[in-house]
Unconditional design. Structure first.
Length: 140
């Protein structure tokens, strides 16, 4: 498993556990950094902080693309896998979108239900296609 894959998994652990405990993920991350057991890679920190910085926009994207599913009805693992991948797709220009999508699908296959991987792939594929056809501000 690559260092970035491990970072994604660690970020997922933090986001998911913070959500289960009803805590702010950034505060939860700080506690984990103070404990440093296990150590938290910079990439995991980037993902947690990025997801939380853009959570409103990310959750709106999930809601817009998850037809007939409320955000709260999604399994917590799936919701947070989607959050990480959408953050990577929209705000991490050094990560190819296909890599972010593939990593999210692989995490879903390993950690969630049989249907989750296809569901996550579908949502991320739609978001990716939408970004490819939407001109950036620089293009207008």
């Amino acid at each position: 498993m690559s260092a970035r894959s491990k970072g994604r998994k660690r970020a997922l652990d933090i986001l998911y556990e913070a959500e289960l405990r009803g805590r702010a993920a950034t505060a939860f991350l700080e506690e984990r950094l103070d404990e440093n057991t296990p150590a938290i890679a910079d990439f995991a920190r980037l993902l947690v902080n990025g997801v939380m910085a853009y959570k409103f926009e990310i959750d709106n994207a999930i809601t817009a693309h998850s037809k007939e599913w409320d955000l709260d009805r999604l399994p917590g693992i799936d919701r947070n896998i989607l959050r990480i991948a959408i953050y990577e797709i929209k705000w991490c220009s050094d990560i190819p979108n296909a890599v972010a999508i593939d990593e999210a699908v692989n995490m879903a296959k390993a950690l969630s239900t049989d249907e989750s991987a296809g569901f996550i792939n579908g949502i991320l594929g739609e978001i990716n296609r939408e970004l490819l056809v939407t001109p950036s501000v620089a293009d207008v």
